[in-house]
Design a protein around this ligand. Structure first.
Ligand code: NAD
Length: 644
């Protein structure tokens, strides 16, 4: 049972959405089918009005059930699935009596499409609306892409669909998505009032203009240009499809509904949607892995107020924790304090150690310095406090006592990932508390076994080293970065090294036992440490890289550049899996996407290897080994993927 129907003395039908066994409402197939039957029943009964509301505490509806279509590639099957949902929404829209969606909390995706199929929408002041389909590589197809631009100004509708962003109740009222916003206590009376009296709306000028094909063509051109700045249609086709459909049909007529189904099924069957949906599901899984422990961390003490420590402290502060921040360098502390509010305590002497539930070390990447810090912590911390390190490349086994790795990524505010690293001697409850802390502060944790560089830096190091080789061979950094961002990475290797810091990269490379490239050593010798010093592979003005074309364009194809830098990364990922550093290719893909911005639509390095064919990648490694040398030797672990 998913719905409960009551009719009151005024002959108003109240349809309560309440998924059995679920904390939230999802419009899965069973719920849609049941709704279909109820709508038939209501059509016969012909009540005065219908009010649809949710019995769940925090939401109206979270949308369709993504699990039901995550794997489907059969176009006919997808089509019949989506058409049946679209038809139910149409049945609701065609009811001859007033229909009202009474919305509180989240009203997302298919949930908002349901609300849009009602004649009126009333929102409680805590309501939040979004059509987030585009973030999964698809588009609304239960009538939402047609009804939204009919309901609100078409430009605002396009904006909502193209960003997938969430809007709040009062803004929804302002743009005409809802007819009224009311406090919770007035919800039932407000719904009853509109049910009995209706509500008058005027048609926007924007709608009338959007009826003119030429106007739509101009607007679509302008919107497409904006989207092109952010997304490549070959990589992310969904937003462009949404614009095309609107331009062609102007959210009118049967054709518009046919078009949304048609584009939905092709988008869903494509690889971008498959990868983005898998990523979304992985994200949910990782979030859940941090939910086990009830006890929350209240006070965090961070040691080291540099690039990472400062940002970790600010992030924890924003998440409402009390944070003390220690640094021997008062200047480093004052840099961070300039961005801080009340609950960040500057702490030159480390007094906070005695009060903290969790102590995170983020000092220089130098074993001796870190060891001294850990010995100091041990003498001062309270019993049961957790000691963690943010080291990027030093094995935790080198530290004087069992310490959990909580490895953040740079920039902390943007990268969702943290690697929660454990050694064999680390008690499991400490690892679980670290996972739960990551969840508490809104990060995505992956469980990683200790080794130098853990999963992400260990796999990224050979990718960056090969990039440095290409630069040494004379490839301009911009050319390399462009090839890599065209491939779909969020940033190129030059920008990534500058962001992380050339000194930190050098330490990582050395700790991983590799030889540092000359280009890196030369820059460091000049004091060019990256963005933090204003100069690295790029020069920075006001925090932005200045383009400077140095070196000569190499006549080397983009394909070879990508293979040269990606093959060593994939090779190392395979080795990590072979050694049990992580347990699944899912964790590897999530780690590299959420940690360093591997092209999300490609689904991560292992998904990319799978799509290319593991055999092919393995054979390529062997041929590159012959051509370029031992750094391409396939590592142990390939037996998990190919017959050796
Ligand atoms: P950083 O050089 O910017 O900052 C280090 C800070 O530690 C400095 O402010 C220094 O004054 C302070 N410090 C040094 N010794 C200290 C001591 N004994 N007591 C108190 N403060 C001391 O370095 P960073 O980039 O923030 O890196 C810090 C740690 O985080 C390293 O272990 C690094 O590997 C790791 N990490 C760095 C990145 C990155 O992208 N930079 C990413 C993930 C992890």
């Amino acid at each position: 049972m998913n719905w409960q129907l009551n009719t009151d003395i005024d002959n108003i039908a109240w349809l309560h959405f309440d998924n059995e066994h679920n904390k939230v409402n999802i419009l899965h197939s069973a719920a849609v089918k049941e709704l279909d039957q109820i709508l038939d029943e209501l059509k016969n009964k012909n009540p005065k009005a219908l009010v649809i509301l949710s019995n769940k505490e925090a939401s109206f509806c979270m949308g369709a059930d993504i699990h039901e279509f995550a794997d489907s590639t059969d176009l006919d099957q997808i089509k019949s699935h989506v058409i049946s949902g679209q038809a139910v929404m149409q049945k609701l829209a065609d009811l001859p009596f007033p229909t009202i969606a009474l919305i509180h909390g989240f009203c997302l995706g298919g949930g908002l499409e349901l609300a849009l199929a009602c004649r009126y929408r009333i929102a409680e002041d805590n309501a939040l609306f979004a059509l987030p389909e585009v973030r999964l590589g698809i588009q609304p197809a239960w009538g939402g892409s047609v009804r939204l631009p009919q309901t609100i100004h078409p430009l605002k509708a396009l904006n909502m669909m193209l960003t997938g962003g969430m809007i709040k109740a009062y803004f929804a009222k302002k743009i005409g998505l809802v007819d009224a916003v009311i406090p919770k206590r007035q919800r039932l009376n407000a719904a009853r009032y509109i049910a009995l009296n209706g509500f008058k709306r005027s048609k926007h000028l924007g709608h009338r203009l959007a009826d003119i094909a030429l106007v739509r063509k101009c607007v679509a051109f302008f919107v497409r240009q904006q989207v092109l700045k952010k997304a490549n249609p070959a990589h992310y086709p969904a937003p462009f499809q949404i614009i095309d459909n609107w331009q062609k049909y102007g959210a009118k007529g049967k054709e518009a509904y046919v078009a949304e189904v048609d584009s939905f099924m092709h988008l869903l069957a494509g690889s971008t949607a498959k990868n983005l949906i898998r990523l979304f599901l992985l994200q949910e899984q990782l979030k859940a892995s941090g939910k086990k422990v009830e006890e929350k961390i209240k006070h965090v003490h961070v040691i080291g107020a540099g690039t990472m420590g400062g940002d970790i402290a600010l992030w924890c502060m924003q998440k409402g924790l009390t944070v003390s921040l220690q640094d021997k360098n008062a200047q480093a502390l004052s840099r961070v304090m300039a961005h801080a509010a009340d609950n960040l305590i500057p702490d030159v002497n480390g007094d906070g150690i005695a009060h903290a539930d969790l102590i995170i070390e983020a000092v220089f990447e130098d074993l001796a310095v870190k060891q001294a810090v850990f010995n100091d912590i041990k003498n001062k911390m309270k019993p049961n406090a957790i000691v963690a390190s943010n080291t990027s490349s030093i094995s935790l086994a080198e530290f004087p006592y069992p310490i959990v790795g909580i490895h953040f990524f740079n920039p902390v505010a943007k990268m969702q990932l943290v690697e929660v690293v454990h050694t064999d001697t680390l008690p499991e409850d400490i690892r679980n508390k670290a996972l739960s802390f990551a969840h508490q502060i809104g990060k995505l944790p992956i469980k990683v076994k200790d080794c130098p560089g853990f999963l992400v830096n260990r796999s990224v190091a050979p990718y960056l080293l090969e990039s440095a080789r290409l630069i040494e061979e004379g490839m301009p950094i911009e050319q390399l970065d462009k090839i890599v961002t065209d491939f779909g990475m969020i940033m190129g290797p030059g920008i990534l090294i500058d962001l992380v810091g050339l000194d930190i990269c050098l330490a990582a490379v050395t700790n991983l036992g590799a030889t540092a490239p000359k280009v890196l050593l030369d820059k460091i010798a000049h004091g060019y440490l990256g963005k933090k010093t204003g100069e690295g592979f790029y020069t920075y003005k006001n925090g932005k890289p200045v383009k400077m074309h140095t070196g000569t364009d190499l006549s080397i194809s983009s394909e070879i550049v990508i293979e040269r830098i990606l093959l060593p990364m994939i090779n190392e990922c395979v080795a990590c899996l072979g050694e049990g550093i992580v347990e699944s290719t899912d964790e590897i893909d999530a780690g590299l996407i959420f940690g360093i911005g591997f092209a999300p639509f490609r689904g991560g390095p292992m998904q990319y290897a799978k799509d290319q064919g593991y055999e092919k990648i393995y054979e390529k490694l062997k041929s590159y080994q012959e051509k370029y040398g031992q750094r391409f030797v396939p590592k142990s672990g390939w037996d998990l993927f190919v017959k050796l």
